[in-house]
Design a protein around this ligand. Sequence first.
Ligand code: PEP
Ligand code: MG
Length: 943
Amino acid sequence: MTKWVYLFNEVKEAEKISGGSWDAVKALVGGKGSGLLDMTRAGVPVPPFFTVTTEACNAYQKAGKFPAGLWDQELKALKAVEKQTGKKFGDPKNPLLVSCRSGAKFSMPGMMDTVLNLGLTDVTAAGMVKLTGNARFVYDSYRRLVEMFGSVVLGIPDESFEQPLHEYKHEKGYKLDTEMTAEDWAQMVEAFKAVIRKEKGFDFPQDPYKQLELATEAVFKSWNGKRAIDYRNATGISHALGTAVNIQTMAFGNMGEDSATGVAFSRNPSTGDKKMMGEFLFNAQGEDVVAGIRNTSQIETLQERMPKAYAEFMKIAARLEKHYKDMQDVEFTIERGKLWMLQTRNGKRTAQATVKMAVDMALEGLISKDEAVERVTPENVDTLLHPQFDNEAKKNAEKEGKLIAKGVNASPGAAVGQIYFDADMAEKMAKEGKQDTIMVRPFTKPDDVHGMIASKGVLTSEGGATSHAAVVARQFGIPCVVGASAIKIDLDKRIMNVGDIVVKEGEWISVDGTTGLIYVGKIPVSIPSIEDQVELMTLLKWADEICSRKNIRSATDGGPTRGLQVWANADYPKDAQRARSYGAVGIGLCRTEHMFFEPERLPIVQEMILADSSEGRTSALNKLLPSQRKDFDGLFEAMDGYPVIIRLIDPPLHEFMPDEEKLLEEVVTMRVKGESVGLKAKEDLLESVKGMHESNPMMGLRGVRLSIVMPEIVEMQVRAIFEAAADCTLRGIVVKPEVMIPLTGTVKELDWIQPRLERIAAAVMGEKKIKFEYKFGSMIEIPRAAITAADVARDAEFFSFGTNDLTQMTYGYSRDDAERNFLITYQEQGILLKNPFQTIDRHGVGTLMQWAISEGRKTRPNLEVGICGEHGGDPDSIEWCHMIGNNYVSCSPFRVPIARLAAAHAALKHRPVIAKKPAAKKTVAKKAVVKKAVKKVAKKKSK
Ligand code: PEP
Ligand code: MG
């Protein structure tokens, strides 16, 4: 018989069945269940419980009913819990009450269902009143059960219960729930029972076993509820995992003023500071804290009223953090002074906290530096370098009276957007209206997650740092401010106001999740400085150290044995400086043509293009030479000591010319108006532009082809590169120029052009009487070049994969039009899993790259290989580059930190497994023992 249920003391059994791996235990009994089992084993006070496995959930989903044996096993486990607690389920004299909670392998906070206080009936409630002498507590608990059972198990809308409670309080003149008496709650129990009868046509079950059975089933079903599915889609959690169900003895935080309940993080989940952050409520149940409906107290204040429980709690929280080697998110309840731990799990946190905690924990010796690096995701780094509000702009906005409120800074970052007051509208306007939206609500519920994910920011007027809105926003890196109580939201009128300032739906606000400040209107944002982020800098240094470790990579075909280096694509010295400050150790692509577009240069470039002789071209190019030399000089200086790859001109020449249609229009207008001055020149220009027209310019006269047809341009460029390099060398700068020839399709092209250019290089060095390291190499961006890489490497001293063009030409998709025309449909239809222009298609383009490297290194074993297409900043593509033996990846300066981390992740993930040698010491020791024995024998013999 399959074991569907695990008791609180059966952690060993769960480990055995799961083959000893904790990950498999989690998959079997869920994250919450495994945490409870583990805590119980560690001697932490956990209310007795049992867990129904995820396998049972999956069996239920398949068959639509409980699998055989499950219910019997639940009953048996319940008996054991009864024995442990000394209470009995359904017994009026000393009733056992239980909670029934979901708990999947990966935490999905608030996305599935929970029912508390199961076991309360008219009879047991009366018994409990006698037992506790606290009728108010009992009827409050009972009405909660009827309400939760009605909404969660029976699917009755919340409002059906909220309405009668609201009316009752209104009639009595009560404002707060705390004003309700025992009698009031008893009346609400009856009112809620009537709701069930009216909505469902049957009574709230008075059989506690029926309650338990239906609640278990409801949790199973909630695995496939809309919000759970949406959440899994957004977080990439597999739909096949299923949820476990935890049935646990209730511990009551609402038994009076000596009881409390709360949630806490062992470190601050927003900033990462090593200081516990938590909230609690006296005389309340857990949901009151999480829902953010009542104003909670800070955890420190628990110490005053309950010093013993507080001290024990702090000790346990610290122990749990040490045990799990990570920040813990714990739930606790104090029932009449006795502390119970209800849950522990690795806490969700902001990107800033992720980095700070990882670095701190490594420095504390809790985890290794490698683990710290592994804990931070490239997305975390991305978030930290995201735009933030400009300080000056914030001050100005404040002066102008635009600062309207301050709330709790729940999730950092700057968000500017148009406000919407419900999740559906926020999602619709973001997706269909292509707007930047900010979702504004009094507080959020799990049903709101889709609106939050679609929005740039979230703002609530109620709730604290552990409220639903805060937790979800942090997880998704969405800037969020909660509990901005100065803001009054009128959901009917679709407005919010602070005093006289009224903001209507669709109007703009700016939300600063880092400080908790809210402004009306749009505030400009700026990019944060990386140097100020000390922990991030430390973590990235550790990432670099991982990549520079010898033998971190098993050499493929004689390739590098260290990890990837990260270089950057930069066209101007200021980009190179930024790249360097972000940690780039080379320039992998300088697109020289960008320099030609400068306003004062473009006319000279056009003059050169229009010249009808080589002399004419050379004369125009001579005018460009000094500025090109200056450009390169700046780059070499910025990258002192590091390689700089300069790509010779690549695009078709028409890109530098005026637009043909516009020219035609101008010519026609001049003719119509009879303007003759300048007409002839315009007509000639039009003719030239027409002459350059190509049906398929991306596959036309560009790259090396252009250099062969018109060598004067690249000859000027190479002269400029080497003159600048020589001048820099003379100034004491260490230069490593690498000249890159684009769009090579056959080595014959290189055979033709490269020697001419090398002659210029040699000539310049001769003229300047100086020598320095340099290379000539080729881009690999045409499939033929990849296929014939062994030939190409005869001339090319380095390869750089231009994966933008290589993807375009391998798939035959136009890189300019495919996204707009069909790529989205292809992804939606599952024809393409990922956009191949963002993430390397390993199977096709990636395999060409792999082949090219292996063939290239057959000809030239020390061939330097890089990538400079957009993929160079994409973590998945970076991993591939590591696997196939690239020396470096090159990406935009802003992505350099992300790439450094991704390179380290790839290195750690694929580090070679070194077979353990027998310990040398032991061998020596053994030998010594043998020697001793031999000696002894010898001695004996000699005796
Ligand atoms: C490429 O094709 O990947 C590349 C880097 O060149 P460009 O994008 O300039 O064509
Ligand atoms: Mg290209």
